[in-house]
Design a protein around this ligand. Sequence first.
Ligand SMILES: NC(=O)c1ccc[n+]([C@@H]2O[C@H](COP(=O)([O-])OP(=O)(O)OC[C@H]3O[C@@H](n4cnc5c(N)ncnc54)[C@H](O)[C@@H]3O)[C@@H](O)[C@H]2O)c1
Length: 338
Amino acid sequence: MQKVAVVGGGFMGKTHMTAYQAIKQAELVALVDATPKVRREVKQQFKIAAHASIESVLEDPSIDIVDICLPTNLHKQYTVQALKAGKHVLCEKPMALTVRDCRAMLEAAKQSGKFLMIAQVLRFFPEYMAAKKILDSGELGKLKGMICQRRSPAPDWAWKGWLMKPEASGGAGLDLHIHDTDWVCYVLGRPQAVTSRGIKTKAGWDHIVTQYHYDKALAVAEGGWNYAPSLPFRAAFMAICEKGQIEFDTAKTPALQLYREGKEKPEKVRVRKAPAGKAAAGGNIEDLGGYYFECRYFVECCQKGQAPTIVTAKDGLQAVEVTLAEMKSAETGRTVKL
Ligand SMILES: NC(=O)c1ccc[n+]([C@@H]2O[C@H](COP(=O)([O-])OP(=O)(O)OC[C@H]3O[C@@H](n4cnc5c(N)ncnc54)[C@H](O)[C@@H]3O)[C@@H](O)[C@H]2O)c1
C-alpha cells in the first residue's frame, strides 16, 4: 500500500484525489492547500487531513508519494522539497516553466534516489494508449503523419487567475498545447527542429500551430484556448500510416476509429475503461480514465520499486524544451533547431 498526499486541491488536485480513492494499492491520506475554502471542501468530500503547508506531510515518514498539482511556477520548489524529504513525486505537467528548473528537478530526483514522474497524461488516455499500441504493432505499416488539434475556451477556474498569467502558466503553449507536443514526441521521437506561428496576447501564446521536423514523417499540432465559452473543448488527432489511418476526435462517437486500406467501413477500436467515473467538476475534462491509469501506474511503480518508463522526468523536460522552442519560433518567425 502506498500512502499519498496531494499538494494543490484545485481542479487537477481533486481529479487526482478521486483517482487515488479508486486505486486499490493507494491510500489517499492528506491534502496540502493554501486556500482555507479548498481545505474545508476536500476534508468534507474526501474525508482526509488537509494542511495549509507542506511541512507536516514531508515530516510524516508514513507518506510515500507526494503528488504536486500546484500552479506551474511552483512545481520546481515543491518537487525538489518533497524529493529531498525522501518522497516519490508525481508532478503535473508542464514540468516547469524553464529548462533550468526542469534540470534542477531531475538532479534532485537523482540525488534522492526517489522516483519523479511528470504527468503527461495523454500517454495514459485510453484512446491514446490504444492508438500507440496499434502504431507500435506495425500492422498499419510506418507512421507517415501525425496531425493534432486541441481547442479550448479560456480556462476560467484557476486560483487567482494564474492560468492567464504567462509568468505563472507559460500561456496556452506550455499549459495546453504541450500535451500534443509530448504526444508527437512519444510516437515520433525528438524532432530535429520546429517551425511555429501563433496568436499572442497579454496572456502569452494563446494559440500556436507547429510543424515538427522529421526526416520520414509529417507532424503538425495546433492548440489554443482563445475560443468562446460556448465552444466545446475538443481534442483530436489523425495518424496517417502506410496501410491506414487512426482518427481520434472527442467531437465524434466513437471517438477513436481505424480506417484500414482495402476495407469499406471504419473499425471501432476497443479502449480500456477505468473503474472510476468523472473527473473533478469545473474544468474542461469529464472522464477520469487517463488520470486513473496515470496515478495507478505511478503507485504501482513505487510499490514495486521500479522506475517509471511510460513517461519519465526526462520526457517531461523534453516536452518543455520542444514547446519553448515552438514559442521561440513563433516569436522570431524562424525555424528553431533542437
Ligand atoms: N493534465 C491535465 O489535463 C491538466 C489539466 C488541468 C491542469 N493541469 C495542471 O495541474 C496543475 C494545477 O492546475 P489546476 O487547474 O488544478 O489549478 P487550480 O487553480 O484549479 O488549483 C491550484 C490550487 O493550488 C493551491 N495553491 C496555490 N498556491 C499554493 C501553495 N503555495 N501551497 C499550497 N497550495 C497552493 C490553490 O489554493 C488551488 O487550490 C498545473 O500545473 C496545470 O498545468 C493539468
